[in-house]
Design a protein around this ligand. Structure first.
Ligand code: TYM
Length: 337
């Protein structure tokens, strides 16, 4: 019995990283047997920031899909597709541009972070991005959206949009989605700076980010250089207060081994960072190594990948069409003949 329907996605900007894996994909894999799943590669979202080299966008779009499958998303169970293959997302997003209020978008912290001081030179797409994300979710009547911490505000906005549309038109068309933010690594931090989120667009040191395509040597080198502090690992979770880097590495270790922070703190109490980093490296390589190899295999012959995505897009289009038609009818657009 399905507990509901999931929709989630990742932007194909740059390489997938450990934050994407632990904050999102690993949880999707765990949830796929209990939910009806739709996972997309959100390429429309990828062009809202800096211009990406077109060939690179094509490559990273496939690579994100390869990352889903290599991590254990089963295309026979879940619907995997590319956002731009399903025009209903963009069509519904336009309607939502007319539902969401400017005041709501002005509160979005991701826009503030990404546009920074250069608001006037940010794209209009970056500003209305949350409306497109709301369309991604609401077009499938998704009940649950598994994401990392940083996406919570966007899902709340999707709920506000759903509610306002339903209310303004006196209908019950849109389902209000619940964010699912679970596991020990809902916010993986940079390996160089425990106060900064691990991010593809970090721009800083490459040592800050573990990519899913990193080799065992890369992972070992990055963890060896990861910022720490001079103290042994604490005896209790409370002992991590003020130790952001230690907390981050322990959370990563917990998420990679499907344990709680308290459990791994109990295991590692009193260890030095040398010992802990060795253990963490073995664990990370053990989890990411096979994923990395499978991604490389899928990327070497994209025909298999493209066929999976084509099948997924057909299913997604079929699922999305009736609701879009109903929205158009509700709004009063003259039916096309
Ligand atoms: P994106 O592409 O930035 O990130 C994809 C997923 O990875 C999670 N994530 C993290 N989790 C923990 N620690 C981190 N350092 C970290 N960095 C990223 C994100 O929370 C996300 O779950 N707007 C979205 C993409 C999107 C979407 C959607 C998501 C578009 N439409 C519909 C869900 C539903 C984004 O930019 O994610």
């Amino acid at each position: 019995m399905s507990r509901g329907r999931i929709l989630s996605g990742i932007k194909p900007t740059g390489n997938l990283h450990l934050g994407n894996y632990l904050g999102a994909i690993r949880n999707w894999v765990a949830m796929q047997k209990d939910y009806e799943c739709f996972f997309c590669v959100v390429d429309l979202h990828a062009i809202t920031a800096d211009r990406i080299e077109p060939a690179e966008l094509t490559r990273t779009t496939r690579e994100v899909a390869a990352g889903y499958i290599a991590s254990g998303i089963d295309p026979a169970r879940a619907t995997l597709f590319v956002q731009s293959h399903v025009p209903a997302h963009a069509e519904l997003a336009w309607i939502f541009n007319c539902v969401a209020r400017l005041g709501w978008l002005n509160r979005m912290t991701q826009f503030k972070d990404k546009a920074g001081k250069n608001r006037d030179t940010a794209s209009a797409g970056l500003y209305v991005y949350p409306n497109l994300m709301a369309a991604d979710i609401l077009i499938y009547k998704a009940t649950h959206v598994p994401v990392g911490e940083d996406q919570k505000q966007h899902i709340e906005l999707a709920r506000d949009i759903a509610q306002k549309f339903n209310h303004d038109y006196g209908v019950d068309l849109f389902v209000l989605p619940e964010p699912v933010i679970q596991g020990a690594a809902t916010r993986v931090m940079s390996l160089r700076d425990g106060a900064k989120k691990m991010s593809k667009s970090d721009g800083g040191s490459d040592y800050a980010v573990i990519y899913m395509t990193d080799s065992a040597d890369d992972i070992a080198a990055k963890l060896r250089k990861a910022t720490t502090d001079p103290h042994p690992l604490p005896e209790s979770v409370a002992g991590l207060e003020g130790r952001a880097e230690a907390a981050n590495l322990l959370n990563i270790y917990a998420a990679l081994t499907d344990r709680t922070l308290a459990e791994v703190v109990a295991e590692t109490a009193g260890w030095g960072f040398g010992q802990f980093k060795t253990r963490l490296t073995e664990t990370a390589v053990g989890v990411l190594g096979p994923i990395n190899a499978e991604m490389a295999r899928l990327m070497a012959d994209p025909a298999e990948l493209d066929a999976i995505l084509a099948k997924g897009a057909a299913k997604a289009r079929e699922t999305a069409a009736p609701l879009l038609a109903e929205v158009y009818r509700t709004v009063g657009f003259l039916p096309a003949r």
